[in-house]
Structure formats: structure tokens, C-alpha cells
Design a protein around this ligand. Structure first.
Ligand code: ADP
Ligand code: ADP
Length: 224
């Protein structure tokens, strides 16, 4: 019944750095997890594994099925990832193309692509930005555009890496509203416990490549 299940998952980078040791994690559909821990704890590595970018050792099951190389290559359709730096994810000449890229790659028909683009652009308050040039937008607008480009794929799981970095308080409350309106399972990497407390029902704390705490978010806040 878990959407995501990791069993004894590890990851070692090419230079020999062991970023994750024996991680086991179960995520149910609709859960909203705050992924917390000091720099270097392994949070981003875990996110890259969940989204299929990195291939871990150990076992990864998505909807109960083992994530083989073939499944992993298609995981981007189901697990959306918003990286810390929007410039890592913006590469099209116009906002519309950026948001249409995912659905087009999923080979959806033109009308469905149009509907999804419109929905995603509205969702992040960028209606009317279709022909704007992504790299000329403000930092906050770029972040919303990246979010739209992931939302247009309607991912079952949405992973965000430090989504509140450099956001002003108003943009932050906007982002909370947007994320709260989604049905996707959420995994949010953040140091901003206040932000997480508005959204998350579960806290997963990492330290040096291990999960050291996994508890209801409210209990975690009492703990702090
Ligand atoms: P966090 O997201 O919690 O800051 P990371 O997953 O980025 O942690 O990093 C976990 C460990 O892996 C750290 O020791 C980090 O230096 C190392 N690491 C991250 N990316 C790479 C890489 N591309 N090559 C080698 N080591 C890396
Ligand atoms: P591999 O050779 O390891 O199968 P690829 O080079 O095909 O990997 O892609 C690496 C990862 O990048 C994929 O597993 C997938 O998670 C992600 N990816 C590939 N294409 C896209 C895309 N169009 N949008 C988002 N993520 C993608």
C-alpha cells in the first residue's frame, strides 16, 4: 500500500563519497513529508534517487513494483522534482514551451497539453506569461515557472529542494497556498521549519547519510 518503498538503500558518488547508508523509507499516497537535516546529510541525494535520476544500491519500489532501469527511466513522469536553482531547469525560449515540454514528452495530445499548460500557469499565477522569456523573469517568477513545468506533468509525487530560498514572505505564503491545493504526495527539503509546519504531516530527519528520526510533524515540533 506504500506508494514509495526504499529498503536498505545506499548511494556512493564516483569520487567515493558515501552519501547514503542503508536507508529504509515508506511513503503513502498523499503524505506530506518535511525532509530535514544539516548540509551534507544526504537529502538531495535521496531526492535524486526517488526521482530516478540516480541509481542507488538496495531496493526501490514504486507502487509496489521494483524500480528497474526501465521503470527508473520513466519515473520523471510520476515523480516531479523542483531543484534549488531554477536555472538548472529552465532551457526553453518561452514560458509556454517550458511548461509544455513535460506533457509533450509524455506524448499527450495537443488539447491535453494546452489544458495542462493553462492549468499549471494559472496555478502558479503566471497566466499571460506564455511568450515571456524564462531567463529574463525575476527570481521568484522563475521559481514559479519551474513549479508550473513540473505540475503540468501532474506528478503523483512532487519533490521540492529548498523551495523557500530567497523568497520574500509574500511569495512564501503564496507557495504554501499553491502546494496546499495539490493532491500530489509532497516531499519538501527545507531548513525552514515554520514553512514546513504549515504543510507537512511527517518529519524525516537525516544525519550523515542515515534517517535518524521519522515522526509526525507535530511531534517533531514539540521535540525542537
Ligand atoms: P544535503 O542535500 O543534505 O545537503 P547531499 O545529498 O547534497 O546532502 O550530499 C550528501 C553527501 O554527498 C555530502 O557529503 C556531499 O558532499 C556528497 N555529494 C553530493 N553530491 C556529490 C557529488 N556529485 N559528488 C561527490 N559527492 C557528492
Ligand atoms: P539513464 O541513462 O540513467 O536511464 P537518462 O539520461 O535517460 O538516464 O535520464 C536521466 C534521468 O533524468 C532519468 O532517469 C529521469 O529521471 C530524468 N529525465 C529524463 N528525461 C527527463 C525529462 N524530460 N524531464 C524530466 N526528467 C527527465
Amino acid at each position: 500500500e506504500s506508494l514509495i518503498s526504499l529498503r536498505n538503500v545506499g548511494y556512493r558518488y564516483r569520487d567515493g563519497t558515501v552519501a547514503l547508508h542503508g536507508i529504509s523509507l515508506d511513503v503513502k499516497k498523499g503524505e506530506r513529508i518535511g525532509l530535514i537535516g544539516a548540509n551534507g546529510a544526504g537529502k538531495s541525494t535521496l531526492a535524486l534517487i526517488l526521482s530516478g535520476v540516480l541509481k542507488p544500491c538496495g531496493e526501490y519500489f514504486f507502487e509496489g513494483r521494483p524500480v528497474t532501469d526501465k521503470v527508473r527511466g520513466e519515473l520523471w513522469k510520476r515523480v516531479g522534482m523542483v531543484f534549488q536553482d531554477p536555472m538548472d531547469q529552465l532551457f526553453c525560449p518561452s514560458c509556454r514551451e517550458e511548461v509544455a515540454f513535460g506533457p509533450e514528452n509524455m506524448e499527450l495530445d495537443g488539447e491535453e497539453v494546452d489544458n495542462r499548460v493553462r492549468w499549471a500557469m494559472n496555478c502558479v499565477n503566471l497566466a499571460g506569461y506564455d511568450d515571456r522569456v524564462p531567463h529574463r523573469l525575476s527570481g521568484g517568477e522563475q521559481r514559479r515557472l519551474v513549479l508550473a513545468s513540473v505540475l503540468s506533468m501532474r506528478p503523483e509525487v512532487l519533490i521540492l529542494d529548498e523551495p523557500t530560498n530567497n523568497l520574500d514572505p509574500e511569495s512564501e505564503s503564496e507557495l504554501i497556498k499553491i502546494l496546499d491545493s495539490l493532491e500530489s504526495t509532497l516531499i519538501i527539503i527545507s531548513h525552514d521549519l515554520c514553512f514546513l509546519s504549515f504543510l507537512c504531516d511527517r518529519a524525516v530527519v537525516m544525519h550523515r547519510g542515515h534517517i535518524v528520526m521519522d515522526l509526525p510533524f507535530q511531534d517533531f515540533m514539540k521535540h525542537e
